[in-house]
Design a protein around this ligand. Structure first.
Ligand SMILES: Nc1ncnc2c1ncn2[C@@H]1O[C@H](COP(=O)(O)OP(=O)(O)OP(=O)(O)O)[C@@H](O)[C@H]1O
Length: 205
């Protein structure tokens, strides 16, 4: 008897990870990819900026032009997009589908505005999780400890973080399905895995 892999392939709901800058989203997501490279996948983003040495089209980014990408945004082909210093960046529905058709669960690191855009998308049906900092002081320490931001950028991120935390606490639009507090990293990572399993029981973690 033969079995068809195509018919047994599970299409996992994508997971949207939201939370203030510096809370540790990237750190948690990297741990998932490292422990489960065959279960989780990152979608390839589009950009209109030129490729840097060593960057490959379809691997690091899909390189596009402003005209083409804007037309595709207008046609609704993008889950979310942003203009950063004059260049467009975004995630297409197709890029998420490519991860899903490999049998992987696509993890998206997008901001609250982006999450709001995809929240009620029936086709995507994302699991939206919020990563909370233990406190604003700790968030500030992490942003400073990362040493990637100017003072101005830290202040802007903290200001946005206060707004995002308020939105999370009120959450009157049911934007988030669940949340994880990123306090001790190992405990938070374990809690993230449990939260994912709770909402996507067929995932083998
Ligand atoms: N649980 C934790 N305990 C202590 N430090 C942490 C923890 N999680 C992450 N960090 C550290 O905090 C800093 C910010 O983490 P990270 O870059 O993952 O945040 P982010 O939410 O992805 O930020 P951004 O949205 O700006 O990309 C990093 O230096 C990281 O090593």
């Amino acid at each position: 008897m033969s079995t068809s892999t195509a018919s047994t392939l599970q299409l996992f709901r994508p997971i949207v990870i939201c939370g203030p800058s510096g809370v540790g989203k990237g750190t948690l997501i990297q741990k998932l990819f490292k422990e489960y490279p065959n279960i989780f996948g990152f979608s390839v983003s589009h950009t209109t900026r030129g490729p840097r040495p060593g960057e490959e089209n379809g691997v690091h980014y899909y390189f596009s032009t402003k005209e083409i990408m804007q037309k595709e945004i207008d046609e609704g082909k993008f889950i979310e997009h942003a203009n950063v210093h004059g260049n467009l960046y975004g995630t297409s529905f197709q890029a998420v589908k490519e991860v899903q058709t490999k049998g992987k669960c696509c993890v998206l690191d997008i901001d609250i505005q982006g999450a709001r855009q995809v929240r009620n998308n029936k086709e995507l049906n994302p699991l939206v999780l919020f990563v909370k900092p233990p406190s604003m002081d700790i968030l500030e320490q992490r942003l400073r400890g990362r040493a990637t931001e100017t003072e101005e950028s830290i202040q802007l991120r903290l200001k946005n973080a206060r707004k995002e935390l308020e939105e999370f606490e009120q959450d009157n639009t049911n934007l988030f399905d669940d949340s994880v507090e990123n306090n001790d990293l190992d405990e938070s990572y374990a809690s993230l895995k449990l939260t994912i399993k709770k909402h996507i029981p067929t995932i083998q973690l």
